[in-house]
Design a protein around this ligand. Structure first.
Ligand code: 4NP
Length: 157
């Protein structure tokens, strides 16, 4: 079977989307679906290219048994024809992705989604940006993502 390809996207690619990527990888690993997916994450911004995920996010995630290994990169034009799904963490990321697609007349191949449309338990309409807040914000993001990423996987597989 052809692999499904999924790209999670936030602003900096050091907090939310690397966590979403790691949670998705952990879920497919536990379900024995590793060979069915290619998973990656990216940021709409370029500030943190090449950096590991934010230490606070890596620690919060590790406490839940999920390691985050990704290095930040910026979304690029090829991603729109490489990934089946481009999944934004908040409305602003979503708008930026849609805007980039139309400005550059990019491929219609990728289906562009908001992760929060797959939530079942949490009622936030976006995954809040934890970068400028306290440690509790990182746990909140992980709670929201565990719910919505699992809902996303159930929807596409
Ligand atoms: P992320 O969080 O989009 O979840 O990776 C942010 C990381 C860095 C910045 C903003 C948000 N920043 O402004 O540098």
């Amino acid at each position: 079977m052809k692999k499904q390809t999924v790209l999670f996207v936030c602003l900096g690619n050091i907090c939310r989307s690397p966590a979403a990527e790691a949670i998705f990888l952990d879920l497919i690993n536990k379900k024995g679906l590793n060979d069915s997916f290619i998973v990656d994450s990216a940021g709409t911004g370029s500030w943190h290219i090449g950096k590991k995920a934010d230490t606070r996010m890596r620690i919060a995630s590790r406490k839940r048994g999920v390691e985050i290994f990704s290095r930040a990169r910026q979304i690029n034009s090829n991603d729109f024809e490489k990934f089946n799904y481009i999944v934004a963490m908040d409305d602003s990321n979503y708008e930026n992705i849609i805007d980039m697609k139309s400005r550059k007349s990019l491929s219609d191949f990728a289906s562009i989604k908001k992760i929060q449309n797959f939530r079942s338990v949490f009622h936030e309409i976006e995954v809040p940006d934890p970068y400028f807040g306290g440690d509790e914000g990182f746990d909140n993001v992980l709670d929201i993502l565990e719910d919505s990423v699992s809902g996303f996987l159930d929807t596409i597989y």
